[in-house]
Design a protein around this ligand. Structure first.
Ligand SMILES: Cc1ncc(COP(=O)(O)O)c(C=O)c1O
Length: 386
């Protein structure tokens, strides 16, 4: 099956006559076992609400089909999917390698939470590639990659990192949210785990929080399952339903995000106000050659660095935008633009550019309106500056 067909077909059990197209929302804490033997057996698949019901299973199956995993489990947010994946593989005394460009709350979970339980995190340069081998000491039990990285969009050499991790018995976890699982397949590239913040492209409508963890093999899947189980992670059936509903149109939405993102990136690259565009598909971006080799396309999220401007001018730029909202998250149908601060969350590498950094999410609006919006905001910014 081709990918768009898989996304439509996966997770749609046809068990009963007159079944609806979409698996209905099944809300339950308690599932009743029909007989004592069923109860004593513990149930094979659906046992208790916290472990998910049919709505959750349908979504998990669909994501597993996209990511190419043996099993996918849901988490209540993308961040908890990251955290549970990390917790699955480490214990006190272990070390973790984490990309310096990881999403800041991922970083804080390592620095502020795991550190309290005796797990040390070493941050590494996202462009390290095969040289990561030198950092994988016997205490390193997991390597965490996020490709492209948050805010600055460096593309990592996942096949090389996976090879080095596997050679030393460490597990590789990849935050694959940017590609939505469509444009990059970390598990096929050698990673053990692919994490999605389903909050973004999978749900696609900016109205729910959810995460997923897809595993490459049964042993990894078991450790992930136990981590989620012991954390008491729970996803509402409503959010699983909304995400599955969003997922069905993923392969129709992604090309528009990609085309709009590329058009905006090219527009920005031509603007005098812009010092650099941070888009993996644009030549000159960190890891562009790796992106070309490993990815089948781009999503709509990228960065741009402006030449230094005064605070009032920058405020005017943002306040003049009509179609770009200012809000956290991304991956929804709407465009967003925020001011970010990569210099605040880097330790293995330095962010040396001095101008303001924008993070832009290209939504599904007509691109002409988005370009016009940016033109207007730049004009307003110029008026303040002069
Ligand atoms: C790359 C990445 N991973 C994980 C997350 C966390 O997802 P959530 O907001 O669902 O916890 C985010 C959120 O912005 C993200 O950008």
């Amino acid at each position: 099956m081709k990918e768009p067909t898989k996304i439509i077909a996966a997770g749609r059990p046809r068990k009963r006559p007159h079944h609806p197209v979409n698996p209905p929302v099944e809300r339950a804490s308690t599932y009743l076992f029909p007989t004592y033997d069923d109860y004593a057996d513990g149930g094979k698949n659906i046992v208790y609400g916290r472990l998910g019901g049919p709505t959750h299973r349908a979504l998990e199956d669909a994501i597993a089909a996209i990511e190419g995993g043996v099993e996918t489990r849901l988490a209540p947010s993308g961040l908890q999917a990251v955290n549970a994946a990390l917790l699955a593989f480490v214990r006190a005394g272990d070390k973790l390698l984490v990309a310096d460009t990881a999403y800041d709350p991922t970083r804080k979970f390592c620095e502020r939470f795991l550190a309290r339980f005796g797990v040390e995190t070493i941050f590494y340069d996202p462009m390290i590639g095969a040289k990561i081998d030198a950092l994988i000491t016997p205490e390193v039990k997991a390597v965490f990659a996020e490709s492209p990285g948050s805010l600055t969009f460096e593309v990592q050499d996942i096949p090389a990192i996976a090879k080095a991790a596997r050679a030393k018995g460490a597990r590789l976890i990849v935050d694959n949210t940017w590609s939505a699982g469509i444009h990059f397949k970390p598990l096929a590239a050698g990673a053990h785990v692919s994490v999605q913040a389903g909050t973004k492209y999978h749900s696609g409508h900016s109205d729910c929080l959810i995460g997923s963890i897809s595993s490459a093999d049964e042993e990894t899947a078991k450790l992930v399952f136990h981590a989620l189980l012991q954390l008491g992670a729970n996803v509402s059936a409503d959010d699983a339903y909304l995400t599955l509903r969003g997922l069905r149109t993923l392969s129709a939405r992604m090309p528009v995000h990609e085309a709009n993102g590329l058009a905006l990136a090219k527009f920005l690259a031509r603007r005098a106000e812009v010092a650099a565009v941070l888009h993996p598909a644009i030549r000159g971006a960190a890891g562009h050659a790796i992106w070309k080799r490993d990815f089948s396309g781009a999503s709509g999220l990228f960065g741009a660095v402006l030449h230094p401007v005064s605070k009032p001018a920058l405020k005017t730029f943002f306040n003049s935008l009509r179609h770009f909202g200012m809000g956290f998250s991304w991956g929804g149908f709407e465009s967003l633009c925020i001011h970010t601060h990569p210099e605040n969350n880097r330790s293995a590498t330095a962010w040396t550019r001095s101008g303001p950094v924008l993070r832009i999410h290209a939504g599904l609006e007509h691109v002409d309106d988005l370009v016009e919006d940016l033109e207007r905001a730049f004009a307003a910014m110029k008026a303040v500056r002069s």
